[in-house]
Design a protein. Sequence first.
Lengths: 114, 114
Amino acid sequence: GNSVTQMEGPVTLSEEAFLTINCTYTATGYPSLFWYVQYPGEGLQLLLKATKADDKGSNKGFEATYRKETTSFHLEKGSVQVSDSAVYFCARANYGGSQGNLIFGKGTKLSVKP
Amino acid sequence: DTGVSQDPRHKITKRGQNVTFRCDPISEHNRLYWYRQTLGQGPEFLTYFQNEAQLEKSRLLSDRFSAERPKGSFSTLEIQRTEQGDSAMYLCASSGRDSNQPQHFGDGTRLSIL
């Protein structure tokens, strides 16, 4: 089927720790991949995206690389801050490129302690 | 760019009542999407408009749900004869003409059925 699977949370880290949130997808073809972030009480915000294999999306110190061979798009950050506490969603476009609706993973809640 | 606007932010109603939500997309965005998000889950696609045409509806959109986008600008989502299971966050997103443009989300309307 066509789906997105991401690691279950919650994930609790200390400030300045290294973050990895795993995400794998199934799809026919090579859809665009996205990470969205949802801060408490707010809507979804696009964090980063990648449109083709080996692309690296990056924003605010977060990075994710589109790995076709492992069908993965893991999110990483070298040093997390308390302000990064949020729910992170991995998503892929339903059709080629970024077209059509998005298919989301279940989300991973991140809590960063000072 | 004022972002995607949704109204109301919260709606509490009794089971069996009808409710209507409104979404104002980013101006000049011709694509508009509705999603539903329940607690602990990622958003699930409901329906999609390109301009005023409703191009796709998911199987989640039962016959009690109807969405419109009469002039290709704002959209409404109506739920008739609400049920307990309709309690969720209803999210609207929009994107531009370029098929590689990402979707931008509103803050959502939280529906609670008593």
